[in-house]
Design a protein around this ligand. Sequence first.
Ligand SMILES: Nc1nc2c(c(=O)[nH]1)N[C@H]1C(S)=C(S)[C@@H](COP(=O)(O)O)O[C@H]1N2
Ligand SMILES: [Mo]
Length: 257
Amino acid sequence: MKTKLDIPGVDSDLLAKDAGKLLSPLSRRAFLRGSGSLGSLVLLTGCDVVDGTSAENLLREVSKINDDIQALLYSVDRLAPVYTEADITRPFPFNAFYDRADAPEIEASEWRLQVSGLVRETAPWSLADLNALPRESQITKHICIEGWSAIGKWSGPRLGHFLQRIGADLGAQYVGFRCEDRYQTSLDMATALHPQTQMSLSFDGRTLPREYGFPLKIRVPTKLGFKNPKHVYELFVTNDYPGGFWEDRGYNWFSGL
Ligand SMILES: Nc1nc2c(c(=O)[nH]1)N[C@H]1C(S)=C(S)[C@@H](COP(=O)(O)O)O[C@H]1N2
Ligand SMILES: [Mo]
């Protein structure tokens, strides 16, 4: 492998520092145990860093190693902690990339969940169809990257059961979600199949309120809040990295807890 460490316009020490910050704690330890230099990052990623663009690619590769390591450590047997009714946070905080008053208003009778990509049955689902599926309830903690957390109660069908039901390719890499407010996010298949990953139709004992994601939110208690899409209208299964609203703006894609 040819490695050139003099990059015109790029400070190699700063680049190594930046990239080191992107690593998960586990791979960072391994990185620092080595020389912690740009050279060792080049070895780790196999990237040939010769200019600003390849420096960017190197940072992207490092972020992917981070995702891969987190995915490897992720276990469908490891459950997020569950809480009691007495622990529920009321009122529950609202968050979105806009103000509460601007949350989308969705007409229940017109709404359909579209299903696409690597699935056998692509027929859309009405809210009544989803409401007819067996439900589970969870009281879990939502943790937002912005520094707050809150305990809430959600119920709805298990996403894993739904994916089986529609004949999704469970060996595919990603399940992506598109939302009515143009938000989107995606999960690795292991997380989509996790027993606590839920298609939430109800919140705190009533129909999901408008601002909390009516009519459908995907509740993922093993991930940070931004990986929990509200107002979902499309679910797709794919092997092409789908990214997401915040993921495309630099948040770590895996963001597991
Ligand atoms: N459609 C949609 N889903 C979204 C968001 C959003 O802006 N739009 N924000 C995410 C973030 S960052 C958080 S913390 C939670 C907030 O959910 P809550 O309003 O139920 O607390 O929704 C997540 N899902
Ligand atoms: Mo968030």
